[in-house]
Design a protein around this ligand. Structure first.
Ligand SMILES: NC(=O)c1ccc[n+]([C@@H]2O[C@H](COP(=O)([O-])OP(=O)(O)OC[C@H]3O[C@@H](n4cnc5c(N)ncnc54)[C@H](O)[C@@H]3O)[C@@H](O)[C@H]2O)c1
Length: 246
């Protein structure tokens, strides 16, 4: 997709991966709406990039609807939605399970993507088609014993994207999941050395942005792109589920 003059909405666009994608798209001439709960940082980034900011809590369906409507009102359409806001949960599945921490993580990482997709869909169709990218994680493709609730909601995003890929493509919207391994952002702040000691290389945000660009160049839909150090991002090839035994 040539992003020059196109309109992009980015949730979680105030920091980290969302901010990196915003800077990348602005350099290509895209018109940006950043949607986040971090108002101060989001407004500063949006102003620097000639875009707009709208306070958006992705756990509230009305906020996602308002953000899509704001993009259309400000720039006349919507072509790309990057549903990227997310948090780790660090929620134990042991004796100290915390139901509120669990629900909070599911509301932001799963409900936020569901509301974001359903809010963006009519605006993108009305604009002649486009792309939706949901930020999942490698934790949506592999087990993540360090944060099982995070793995659960990221696997759910992967399942959602795979499931709507074909029907959305028929309406002119390609849908993808971006699945990075660990990257240097606020989300892993304080854990960097532990991760390196455990043998996990940590990506730069620019590596994740490069993967995002590859997604924009894809003509497929419903794909889930892993992003790991040392190789170009590609769609993950899922094995077929087994059929009946002979
Ligand atoms: N950094 C990593 O190692 C890594 C790896 C894989 C996936 N991810 C995913 O990437 C996405 C972006 O995270 P990041 O690493 O850039 O972290 P980050 O903390 O820098 O950015 C997350 C952004 O989401 C915003 N946000 C949080 N709750 C929100 C809410 N309720 N409504 C709207 N915005 C909200 C935050 O204010 C922040 O700007 C997340 O979905 C995360 O799960 C990150």
């Amino acid at each position: 997709m040539d992003m020059d003059g196109k309109v992009a909405l980015i949730t979680g666009g105030s920091n980290g991966i969302g901010e990196g994608v915003a800077r990348h798209l602005a350099a290509q001439g895209a018109r940006l709406v950043l949607a986040d709960i971090d108002d101060a940082r989001g407004m500063a980034v949006a102003e620097e990039l000639g875009g707009r900011f709208i306070h958006t809590d992705v756990t509230e369906p009305a906020d996602s609807t308002a953000a899509a409507a704001f993009a259309v009102a400000e720039f006349g359409g919507l072509h790309l939605a990057h549903l990227n806001a997310g948090v780790t949960s660090w929620c134990s599945m042991g004796d100290d399970f915390d139901a509120e921490a669990y629900r909070r993580a599911m509301r932001i990482n799963l409900d936020g993507v569901v509301y974001g997709i359903t809010a963006a869909r009519p605006a993108i169709i009305a604009s002649g088609g486009g792309t939706i990218v949901a930020t999942a994680s490698m934790a949506g493709l592999v087990a993540a014993p360090f944060d099982p609730i995070y793995a659960a909601n990221k696997h759910a995003v992967v399942g959602l994207v795979r499931s709507i890929g074909a029907s959305y493509a028929a309406e002119g919207i390609n849908v993808h999941a971006l699945c990075p391994s660990f990257a240097y952002t606020n989300i892993i702040k304080g854990s960097e050395q532990m991760l390196l000691d455990m043998g996990f290389p940590i990506l730069d945000v620019s590596d994740v942005v490069a993967a995002f660009q590859r997604i924009l160049e894809s003509e497929a839909s419903g794909e889930c792109w892993y992003v790991i150090a040392g190789r170009e991002s590609e769609p993950f090839r899922f094995r077929n589920a087994p059929g009946p035994r002979l």
